[in-house]
Design a binder for this molecule. Structure first.
Ligand code: GMT
Length: 375
């Protein structure tokens, strides 16, 4: 099959999933064409059946704002026409789905056939898409997509309800390469972060307000009062300065490591014991899945798709948004009870392998493409 993939190429989980999917499809002998404004972050190896098409944006002085959506549409038309794509798969509805819809009309108007499918990831549905100015556009592009997938049942339900859509949406959860993301006993970084054998809490995100990273620091503060611990914070974004200020104010400067954006996620997770995700909005929670694959129990909130990922009291613990003392109690419970910790750790890994492994989920996407093409 010849598949075009459009995504945001930067750090977000939707771009990670789109890129890993493209790589996995190429490994299964499909031809994959990425169409985006930048080379996707994780597209690092050369492969004969993976191609990248950059969207160039014209700088004509009359255009006060860059016409990205239209430039993307034009690139989609060009790639679809000359590479004879079977299907275009866009990740994150805004604006990708709208561009794909327009590209399809142009292609089909010329007597050719192009199908496109949209994967809904999160704030494209729960936040940005709900803005009154965007809602009709997002609704229409979802309705007009030949296929639609959502990364959790939660997101599917929200889409059908909020947009009053009667459309078949396939739930295809996110995935992780459990060969790459796995527990490594011999992690050399552990002693660097925890020289006295302290337990290590970890959080990885883009530090947007929805991630509630200050809550991670407050949870850590509670835990640290009871047991010697360190905290690793990886990633960067709008709340980073506030988090650095808070950790100084709480006297935690020596115990909190701000690593900034990092690619060595597997090493960071393997240097850690417990993953904390206190988000206020999370349609799936990909970084929690990556942590589980490395054998880390997770402490998360109960929102969005997180309860579909984390099994409370088995692979981790779930609490209400903002319930810092409860999340801290859960963390202390796990970090002070070795046999319980080991049980949670192996259950977390087991669940990642059984339910969210790359092979299983990529096959679901292949079946989805086949279904869309056969309609
Ligand atoms: O929707 C967003 O906020 C951005 C998006 C991203 O690109 O990271 O995150 C969403 O998609 C991820 C991949 O499917 C999910 O793991 C995240 O839970 C989801 N974020 C939210 O729902 C806030």
């Amino acid at each position: 099959m010849k598949i075009g993939i459009t995504c945001y190429p930067t750090y977000g989980g939707s771009g990670v999933i789109a890129t890993e999917l493209g790589k996995a499809l190429a490994d299964r002998d499909h031809q994959v064409h990425f169409i985006s404004y930048g080379i996707p972050m994780r597209l690092t190896q050369l492969k004969e059946n993976i191609f990248y098409h950059e969207v160039e944006i014209s700088n004509y002085p009359l255009f006060e704002f860059p016409l990205y959506d239209l430039a993307l549409t034009s690139k989609m038309v060009e790639v679809c026409k000359y590479e004879k794509l079977d299907i275009l798969h866009v990740h994150y509805a805004i604006p990708h789905s709208i561009s794909a819809m327009l590209a399809q009309q142009i292609i089909n108007n010329n007597g050719e056939k192009l199908k496109f499918t949209t994967t809904l990831h999160g704030t494209d549905i729960t936040l940005v898409g709900l803005e009154p100015s965007f809602l009709p556009l997002v609704k229409y592009s979802i309705e007009r997509s030949d296929g639609v997938t959502a990364v959790s049942q939660f997101l599917k339900d929200k889409t059908l309800i909020h947009y009053k859509i009667k459309k078949e949406i396939d739930v295809i959860p996110n995935f992780v390469d459990t060969e790459m993301y796995r527990p490594k006993e011999d992690c050399v970084f552990k002693s660097h972060f925890a020289p006295k054998g302290e337990k290590v809490l970890v959080h990885i995100s883009n530090f947007r307000p929805v991630k509630r990273v200050p809550d991670v620091i407050r949870i850590f503060n509670e835990v640290n009062k009871k047991i010697p611990t360190k905290l690793i914070l990886a990633g960067d974004g709008p709340d980073r300065s506030e988090c650095e200020r808070l950790s100084r104010e709480l006297g935690l400067k020596e115990d909190v490591y701000f690593l900034g954006k990092q690619e060595a996620v597997v090493d960071i997770l393997n240097a850690s014991d417990l993953f904390i995700m206190p988000s206020q909005s999370e349609s799936f929670g990909l970084s929690a899945l990556e942590a589980m694959a490395c054998g880390l129990p997770t402490v998360t909130t109960s929102i969005g798709g997180l309860p579909e990922l984390v099994v409370h009291s088995e692979t981790g613990f779930i609490a209400e948004i903002g319930d810092i003392s409860r999340m801290a109690r859960y963390a202390i419970d796990l970090l002070t009870n070795e046999s319980k910790y080991k049980q949670f750790s192996s259950k977390a890994r087991e669940r990642a392998v059984k339910c969210f492994n790359l092979d299983k989920i990529v096959k679901m996407y292949e079946d989805h493409y086949q279904k869309v093409l056969n309609v």
